[in-house]
Write a protein that binds this ligand. Structure first.
Ligand code: NAD
Ligand code: ISE
Length: 334
């Protein structure tokens, strides 16, 4: 069985996903694409034998599209995901599910009205070998009872279109999902501390920032966010348990020793660091669809992460700790 996928948004990650679904994932083919950048969409469609549609609505409605992957800018995700839900088509929506809580709730309500899970959110860290090892060490007793965690999330740079609040809504949103998943717990409160501003970011970039997450179970997580660190992509974490710790470093690659010392490669960006995780994520999604189910990160997970991001933006603005208040969790996501 081949799952025929339509891809909305053929920018950086959308075009990578087209390649993965066409040539790396078993059991899928890309039959349709849409992007407002028409020429690029046509080139990408031609390379994989897909049709470049004139609108995303036409792509969602197409008879040869069994499932949709959304990789457009975050503000567009709610309308596009809701159209897929109404068409009864499963959708892998890149993070964030929405850039506002109101948008995330619209998707949640549409899926609840449909009465079944159709949406998976692109939180690919849950498919990364390193994070899966961390989760195993937290649940199999290796480190005793997990008590606290430290994380860092550094990007070499971001484009000028990256607005100040996007550090939380677009970047640290991965950490919100990661720690909810690792501790299997909601986040009760968030505090964002302003840090001396790097002189190298754009004027409106709040960078770096330090985020403190209080988990509902009492564990505390600190996250450093630095989207403009210049030297590479550096995502790490350490969980401290009652009898030991588990830490995830940047993946080690080649080490060069000579001259003045020892040099190690740093990934340049998320494409390099998480390449295998994206393939694992898509392969699992396609296998699930063939089996008639959706099991990955849900609309509820996307909503919770967006609610924490919105609270984090408020915390930064007010200089205060902000409690996270979620709507009642619908039975569909229990
Ligand atoms: P990008 O700017 O490279 O690509 C976005 C594309 O969407 C562009 O080609 C743009 O022309 C297109 N677009 C604009 N309006 C559109 C519309 N109305 N309909 C369809 N397409 C439209 O951005 P990107 O880095 O590829 O990010 C896309 C999404 O993927 C974002 O939500 C981002 O947060 C997410 N993302 C996720 C990860 C991850 O690690 N999971 C990594 C990068 C990006
Ligand atoms: C980007 O959109 C991603 O999702 C990356 O995983 C993240 O590290 C980066 O900060 C985001 O801008």
């Amino acid at each position: 069985m081949t799952i025929r996928v339509g891809v909305i948004g053929t920018g950086t990650i959308g075009s990578d996903h087209v390649t993965r679904l066409s040539s790396q994932v078993v059991g899928s083919a890309v039959t349709a694409v849409f992007d407002v950048a028409t020429e690029r969409a046509q080139q990408i469609a031609a390379a994989v034998g897909a049709k470049a549609h004139a609108s995303w609505e036409a792509l969602v409605a197409a008879d040869d599209v069994d499932a949709v992957l959304i990789a457009s800018p975050g503000e567009l995700h709610p309308d596009q995901a809701i159209a897929c839900i109404r068409a009864g088509k499963p959708v892998l929506c890149e993070k964030p599910v929405a850039t506002t809580v109101a948008g995330a709730i619209r998707v949640l309500e549409a899926e609840v009205a449909a009465g079944k899970r159709l949406v998976q959110i692109g939180f690919m860290r849950r498919y990364d070998a390193g994070y899966l090892d961390v989760k195993a060490a937290m649940t199999d007793g290796t480190i005793g009872e997990p008590l606290l965690a430290h994380a860092m999330h550094r990007n070499a740079s971001v484009p000028d279109s990256f607005r100040g609040e996007m550090s939380m809504t677009d970047s640290v949103v991965h950490e919100f999902d990661t720690f909810r998943w690792l501790f299997d717990s909601e986040i009760a409160a968030v505090t964002v501390l302003a840090v001396k501003k790097s002189p190298l970011g754009s004027a409106e970039l709040r960078d770096p920032q330090l985020v403190v997450l209080e988990m509902a179970g009492g564990e505390v997580v600190t996250v450093e966010s630095f989207v403009n660190c210049q030297y590479g992509y550096d995502v790490r974490c350490e969980i401290v348990g009652s009898t030991g710790t588990v830490s995830l470093d940047n993946p080690r690659t080649t080490v060069v020793i000579g001259g003045a010392g020892r040099r190690e490669h740093i990934p340049s960006d998320w494409r390099e660091r998480f390449g295998p995780a994206y393939v694992h994520e898509l392969q699992t999604w396609v296998n699930d669809l063939a089996a008639g189910q959706v099991t990955g990160p849900s609309t509820w997970d996307g909503y919770a992460a967006t609610a924490i991001a919105e609270a984090a933006v408020q915390s930064y603005a007010k200089g205060q700790r902000v409690d996270i208040e979620l709507v009642e969790r619908p039975a569909l996501y229990v």
